[in-house]
Design a protein around this ligand. Structure first.
Ligand code: NAD
Length: 471
């Protein structure tokens, strides 16, 4: 399958399209576009069977206009310098769109994690961290990694532990990485944050009556038919929250194949089936699709690519039936496919906005680590007492008493998870409105991706301008 220009070229083309709509100085635009620094290192791994192997790894810091820089670490055989730089650039723009005060970065190790034992993965992760420390590419005020494709809380725990061992005098050592298990300085709600953010973004888009009318859809998420590619962190949680929000999951695509049931698939049952059988195929009541990629062409309202980049190409874009593409993954749509989809009137909710929930909650985790206190700990009981007093006054004045359940709900003080989810919802709603307003101001021919990029460029540009570096 032809995938067109490289991922980096794709991100840069998207930047150039947006930059042409701004009035910033060309040198300033060049500064923002350029990846500031990228480091590559190779190190040996002794495998469990005694054989030796060389591991290749990268970390790119795209923009240090704000520090620390921030971005996930990916474990995948296709990782290379270019891909890492492309993903780091996306992080800069993503953080700007959702007002998270970080520069963009990304890391990667060229391995297929399934081919390594847990002990081997631990050795690889700890050595990678050691190299990052040695090269000054990690630290709570320098560069803060997070999970991405092929990594999760366990890898983040190994990174935090390795860093803390080396920098034992750093009081804020736990803030060197986010996405950690809650017991190790992580934050409640981080694991599901990207998928939850995808849900908030899709819900927001579906609530704009005129946009839905233009697509020939009714407003609201309820009843919308969804196909999801990837049942990993982002895909699973996006599907879960969309399902809870009233959407119907009609298709699920994984690496081994895809499932289709126009009447709806029960997500939890599919997950349990896959866990038991080692494949999603053969799920009762669903049709198997052996060519997984072709599931993207299924009849549906919303397609959520949440696995890999460059899945929607010039080849399959003309055959996509979804009216809304919700980019859970980074870079799932090539520039060629983007142009075709836009021409066909499909609404693409771009990655640099839609999957920013992860970095938003990572920001909350970093703040928690620096403040050394769990969110809600100081005010929860006080707020509950205040609300109880207020309710008591209302009851006395009205002469009516509320039921126990109602009272408990109204006087509940916010826990960490409540605050995280509320902060995430506020961020995703505010950012969608900001990007959509920019789109409206730029004119009907401008798509949401370009509008989001213009929003990001303006926000980064202002930093350099305020420093008096550029006119
Ligand atoms: P993950 O490793 O948890 O899940 C990826 C899933 O995709 C796995 O279930 C895998 O089996 C599946 N997959 C792999 N190849 C496939 C194929 N050819 N067809 C269908 N499914 C396939 O990774 P993740 O963290 O969910 O990341 C997925 C995407 O989301 C990546 O592009 C990543 O950069 C992006 N992203 C992740 C986060 C995050 O917080 N984890 C945040 C922003 C963006």
């Amino acid at each position: 399958m032809s995938q067109g220009a490289s991922f980096l070229a794709q991100v840069e083309a998207s930047f150039d399209r947006a930059a042409a709509l701004t009035k910033h100085h060309p040198t300033l635009l060049g500064q923002i576009r350029q990846c500031n620094t990228v480091v590559q290192f190779s190190f040996p791994l002794r495998r469990d069977d005694g054989t030796l192997e060389t591991i290749h790894a990268w970390r790119a810091e795209h923009s240090q206009h704000k520090l620390p820089t921030k971005g996930g670490i990916r474990y995948d055989v296709n990782v290379d310098a270019e891909e890492t730089m492309a993903l780091a650039a996306l992080m800069t723009y993503k953080c700007a769109v959702v007002d998270v005060p970080f520069g963009g970065a990304k890391g990667g190790i060229a391995i297929s994690r399934h081919k390594y034992s847990e002990g081997e993965l631990e050795r690889i992760t700890r050595r990678y961290t050691f190299e990052l420390v040695r090269k000054n590419y990690i630290g709570p005020g320098i560069d803060v990694p997070a999970p991405d494709f092929g990594t999760g809380p366990k890898e983040m725990a190994w990174i935090a532990d390795t860093y803390a061992q080396i920098r034992s005098d750093d009081l804020n050592a736990l803030g060197c990485v986010t996405g950690k298990p809650v017991q190790l300085g992580g934050i409640r709600g981080r694991t599901e944050a990207t998928g939850r953010g995808v849900y908030f973004g899709v819900r927001e888009a579906c609530d704009v009556v005129e946009d839905m009318k233009a697509l020939g859809l009714t407003p609201g998420l309820a009843g919308k038919r969804v196909v999801v590619q990837g049942l990993g962190n982002v895909g699973y949680h996006a599907a879960k929250f969309l399902e809870e929000g009233g959407a119907i999951i009609v298709g699920i695509a994984e690496r081994e194949g895809a499932l289709h049931n126009p009447k709806g698939l029960d997500l939890e049952k599919v997950v349990a089936h896959r866990k038991e059988k080692g494949t999603c195929l053969g799920f009762p009541g669903a049709t198997d699709i052996t060519q997984s990629l072709s599931a993207l062409e299924l009849d549906c309202d919303i397609l959520v690519p949440a696995a890999l980049e460059r899945q929607l190409t010039a080849e399959n874009a003309p055959k996509i039936k979804a009216k809304i593409i919700a980019e859970g993954a980074n870079g799932p749509t090539t520039s060629e496919a983007d142009a075709i989809l836009q021409q066909r009137g499909v609404l693409v909710l771009p990655d640099l906005y839609l999957n920013a929930g992860g970095v938003t909650v990572s920001y909350f985790e970093w703040l928690k680590n620096l403040s050394h206190v769990r969110f809600g700990r100081m005010e929860k009981r006080f707020d509950e007492g205040f609300a109880r007093g207020l309710l008591g006054g209302v009851e006395r004045l009205t002469g009516k008493a509320l039921g126990m359940k109602e009272k408990a709900e109204l006087t509940h003080g916010a826990d960490e998870i409540d605050l995280v989810n509320s902060g995430l919802e506020e961020t995703m709603i505010g950012a969608y409105q900001g990007v959509r307003d920019t789109k409206v101001a730029l004119g009907a021919s401008v798509d949401l991706r370009t509008a989001a990029m213009v929003t990001a460029i303006d926000k980064v540009a202002v930093i350099y301008r305020e420093m008096g570096i550029f006119p």
